[in-house]
Design a protein around this ligand. Structure first.
Ligand code: NAP
Length: 211
């Protein structure tokens, strides 16, 4: 079992943290509002702790569970304490009116994060296509939810895959880091389905394998 550091204390932080605790991982919550971090850690129980926002995370895996509009500054603020860490980018750089992306035309969120992270930090995109409450609720009709991942470093992806699997979810590798852009567009697909077809957020995008 691992120690997982989560930066943020909102919906996604709570969903991933609670699955992590159930799986036997040790969780530490790092949020700009220390009281919110403490509340989440208390709710999680199982020895979950807090650490000051900006301090060196104890975990080798660090989940970036803040809005995209904040994440570049959050990573810059942490700076070298993230050196050598495996950063998991769960963000969706999408405008609040769903009209497009917050990233430069020739880039995507994970790439922008990689630019400001320490050079020896690994970065893997994951979890961004799963809704927080669906994630927290667990398998649908007995099938584990699919968590798509993208990244350049095979070892880092293997570690994130093992972590995802330990949570009772199915890791689905979609390729190198440039595919994180596609995963960010996949969140737009989810939002389009929610708005125009499904009409609520209680659903999951996944892969169906016949047989
Ligand atoms: N919600 C989903 O279903 C979902 C699904 C997939 C991916 N995501 C992605 O997951 C990330 C977190 O989403 P969420 O739903 O958990 O959001 P949330 O509930 O709004 O929580 C956001 C967290 O980020 C913190 N934060 C906001 N601005 C910050 C800043 N400038 N500096 C430091 N911390 C800051 C908030 O702190 P305060 O409480 O102090 O404001 C809070 O702890 C986002 O990037 C989102 O796109 C969300």
């Amino acid at each position: 079992m691992s120690t997982i550091s989560i930066i943020g204390s909102g919906g996604m932080a709570a969903a991933i943290a609670s699955l992590s605790v159930k799986a036997g991982h040790t969780v530490e919550v790092m949020a700009r509002d220390g009281a919110k971090a403490r509340t989440l850690a208390d709710e999680l129980g199982a020895g979950a702790t807090t650490r000051a926002f900006g301090a060196a995370p104890a975990g080798d895996i660090v989940i970036l569970a803040v809005p995209y509009s904040a994440v570049l500054n959050v990573v810059r603020q942490h700076g070298e304490v993230l050196a050598g860490k495996l950063l998991v980018d769960i963000t969706n750089p999408i405008r609040s009116d769903f009209s497009g992306f917050l990233t430069p035309e020739d880039s995507f969120g994970t790439q922008e994060i990689a630019k400001v992270a320490p050079a020896d930090a690994d970065i893997v995109k994951a979890f961004n296509t799963q809704n927080a409450s669906v994630l927290a609720a667990g398998p649908i009709e007995g099938h584990p939810l699919d968590v798509f991942i993208a990244g350049d470093d095979a070892q880092a992806k293997a570690r994130v895959s093992a972590f995802i699997e330990s949570l009772g979810l199915r890791p689905m590798d979609v390729g190198k880091l440039f595919m994180a852009r596609t995963l960010e567009h996949a969140c737009m697909l989810w939002l389009g389905l929610m708005t125009h077809s499904v009409k609520h957020g209680n659903f999951s995008i996944g892969v169906s394998l016949p047989g």
